[in-house]
Design a protein around this ligand. Sequence first.
Ligand code: FPP
Ligand code: MG
Length: 339
Amino acid sequence: MRMPRRSARHILDDSYALAYPALRSAVEEFPEAIQHPVGVHFGWWDRAGNALRSNPGKSLRSALVILSCQALGGSIRQALPAALAVEMVHNASLLHDDIIDNDRLRRGRASLWSAMGVPAAILAGDALFFGSLHALTGAPHADRTVPVFLAAVQNLIEGEYVDTLMEKDTTATLDDALDMIAGKTAELLSCACTLGAILSGAEDERVQHLSRFGLLLGVAFQCTDDVLGIWGDPEATGKPARSDLRSRKLSVPIALALNENGPPAERLRALYRREAPPTEAESRVIADELERHGVRGAVVDLARENAGEALAALHSCDPDPVTSEELAELTKMILQRSS
Ligand code: FPP
Ligand code: MG
């Protein structure tokens, strides 16, 4: 029987409800002392150990694993080990990323390093990373899933490192920025789809279409993230206003703008090369100027183009129709999201 289609919010909530018990059980297996900072990061409890019910994150990656598995005829049960693994490694990478980016806010709360110190955040990230490997190695098809997962993590590490190298690099091109975000973000979304597809037991060709869907969706996701990093509402993003501009990140909108001619691009280049970071007022002026010159619109269009190609790749894998509609819902949400 064809089930009614769920909204994106509903899909993400369901995925969280499915992955959460597995995540809690996995964290309970960690050495006792490290469980505390891990739970603070997830918003399960505060630093004093009082239970909380705060924003745990989007659960997008676990939803992609589950839906990719279902799209090719697999079940939720088959997908769960990989859903757990990608959620864990994603959170590990965020813990380390907030230290690298010196970001004090994540999901509207203090980032773990700013709440409990850098050692706690590094080691909570390490525990989650090793926990993610543990989740996959003990599950079926580990001979196929673990190499895919390890390759994705290496790409993630490379993408993040290139991101740090590109900071304040006013010579970077749009292609440099797109390559960097493919590694930093899109590889893990692609990995989520690939793992779900492998766990369904489908043949390689169909798996590859879903890998490509995830990669293009990831590029669209990060383009939207970069738009929010400059023009997002801090109430919705849970991050400071214009955070990417204040820290002079070489995001996709900035790479586009730096490669333009004319006074706004020159002003931006000067500000990115200067010793002192932009002030609050300067970051506001740049954000407005970039928007007036169509940079925001161009990145939104780029996100749309990648999402369109992602959906074409999805349809090539001959997916289950209801699941395909739900993946399309998630794609739409990724383009329209404000957080
Ligand atoms: C967020 O980007 C960062 C990532 C998506 C990847 C971070 C990757 C690593 C730290 C390397 C891998 C590490 C482990 C432990 C597996 P962003 O800074 O643009 O986004 P944000 O605004 O959400 O911080
Ligand atoms: Mg960051």
